[in-house]
Design a protein around this ligand. Structure first.
Ligand SMILES: N[C@@H](CCC(=O)N[C@@H](CS)C(=O)NCC(=O)O)C(=O)O
Length: 199
């Protein structure tokens, strides 16, 4: 399998952590991809022009990251990353929540990077509010995460890692002691240590 990859993308990182936790990392060949380069060919694999995209051995392509993660998890169901029954929907919902933090954080960075006269402060404030609210939702359940590892926790850990990487000037840990303590442990996992984002 080939992964259209970038070293700073949190969605790619989520896929890498899932692959590692499922014991599949050795089966992923990374293809470095610059999505923002005008000459980028990512569109031939993902019409949405985004990474990650996973090229399977039969040449077919999977995107976006929740689909790729579910696929990788299905190759090793014993790892339980996408559990069965009621726990499945809790795990997938948690993944959606954490991915939503990333969507808002990335949109906020793009908005903040515009020339000051072209920025929409109301939009930046809205993204910041979404991030804060979603972090509160993570804090509310982080105390129960030290049991079985799921795709939801992986996504939550990747979101926390992205905030450290791109929003280090804002302390997401402040007032969120359970999430902070959980992330302290989670970020030590070999899968997380092996995928720390690099500029
Ligand atoms: N929902 C997508 C989001 C992927 C995404 O936004 N990837 C970013 C890199 S972190 C990207 O490729 N952006 C290029 C663009 O938006 O055109 C997923 O989960 O895979």
């Amino acid at each position: 399998m080939k992964l259209r990859y970038g070293p700073t993308s949190p969605f790619v990182r989520k896929v890498l952590v899932v692959a590692c936790e499922a014991g599949l990392e050795g089966r992923l060949e990374r293809i470095a991809t610059k999505v923002w380069a005008p000459e980028s060919d990512i569109g031939k694999d993902n019409p949405l022009g985004k990474i990650p995209a996973l090229i399977l051995d039969d040449g077919s392509v999977l995107y976006d990251s929740p689909v790729i993660c579910a696929y990788l998890a299905s190759l090793n169901p014993g790892a339980g990353l996408v559990p069965e029954g009621k726990a499945r929907w809790q795990a997938l919902k948690l993944e959606a929540l954490a991915d939503g933090i990333l969507d808002a954080a990335i949109a906020r960075r793009h908005e903040s990077a515009r020339a000051p006269e072209r920025q929409e402060p109301a939009l930046v404030a809205r993204y910041a509010k979404v991030m804060a609210r979603a972090l509160e939702a993570l804090e509310a359940e982080a105390g129960s995460w030290d049991t079985a590892l799921t795709i939801g926790q992986i996504a939550a850990g990747v979101a926390c890692g992205y905030l450290d990487f791109r929003f280090g000037h804002e302390d997401w840990r402040e007032g969120r002691p359970r999430l902070a303590a959980w992330y302290e442990r989670f970020s030590q996992r070999p899968s997380m240590q092996a995928s720390v984002p690099k500029e």
